[in-house]
Design a binder for this molecule. Structure first.
Ligand code: KIV
Length: 277
């Protein structure tokens, strides 16, 4: 039986009922259809596509056109899964009007279920206007990869009493602005636990310990596919990269020794070959 697609209201219902859920990335039709077949409830078409799919060194270079190009096939491949479109760097940091226009475009051209953007207290006035304009917004605080250079790199956030207080202020501002949920990335477990207790909306944790409402991971990380690096918070639940290399090597071997294609994989119909001369 295919799973029932989660709605925005379910995010709050799940939190209120203390029911956990799982959130992963996809950037293409095939992966989306695999996630759709799994029990995972939410897909993020993250701007991490810059690094995971396009080989960039950060998420900053990915464009709105890139995002739309990748969100469309994911929406097609995962009809029973809630789909989040990530707003790329530069598409919402000029003004609230720019943010609304960018989000409208993403929602209208892809038919994804909501958008996600990165930022805390400073972004809250923009989120207020977006929500008033009817845009479903998921926040993202803590380690915000689009501004990781300003944060001093990919590092744990909220590790001192002052920065933990700033995180809590950021989270409360995003909730008050009307976001329906918030990603919290790379923070100490005790801080994420406190945030989860303090916030009414669900906290979606990545590298945020066990006491959050939902766990988020990049699919290529959790399946052991991405080979460039592995953050400390990533558990590999499968070794798909190895399985793929093994499969490719078997194909190579059978090509060279002639055992592929056997009769089973060939068209064996008898055809009388006409004499050409
Ligand atoms: O783009 C992404 O994959 C993300 C996750 C790290 C939450 O924003």
């Amino acid at each position: 039986m295919s799973k029932k697609k989660m709605t925005i209201l379910d995010f709050q219902n799940y939190k209120d009922e203390g029911r956990k859920f799982a959130y992963v990335t996809a950037y293409d039709y095939t992966t989306a259809s695999i996630v759709n077949e799994s029990n995972c409830e939410v897909i993020l078409v993250g701007d991490s596509l810059a690094m995971v799919m396009l080989g960039y060194s950060s998420t900053v270079g990915v464009t709105m056109e890139d995002m739309i190009h990748h969100i469309k096939p994911v929406v097609k491949g995962a009809p029973n899964t809630f789909i989040v479109g990530d707003m790329p760097f530069g598409s919402y940091n000029v003004s609230a009007e720019q943010a609304i226009a960018s989000a409208n475009r993403m929602l209208m051209e892809t038919n994804c279920d909501c958008i996600k953007l990165e930022g805390g207290v400073d972004l809250a006035p923009t989120i207020t206007k977006m929500v008033k304009a009817g845009i479903p917004v998921m926040g993202h605080i803590g380690l915000t990869p689009q501004t990781s250079t300003s944060l001093g790199g990919f590092r744990v956030q909220g590790g001192t009493p002052e920065s933990a207080r700033k995180l809590i202020e950021d989270a409360k501002a995003i909730e008050a602005a009307g976001a329906f949920s918030i990603v919290v990335e790379c923070v100490p477990s005790v801080v994420a636990k406190e945030l989860t207790k303090e916030l009414r909306i669900p906290v979606l944790g990545i590298g945020a310990g066990p006491d959050v409402d939902c766990q988020v991971l990049v699919t290529q990380d959790l399946l052991g596919m991405y080979g460039d690096f592995k953050p400390k918070f990533v558990k590999q639940f499968a070794q798909v990269r190895k399985a793929m290399v093994d499969g490719l090597n078997l194909f190579h071997e059978e090509t060279l020794n002639g055992s592929f294609p056997s009769a089973e994989y060939s068209f064996n119909k008898d055809v009388e070959i006409p004499k050409l001369y």
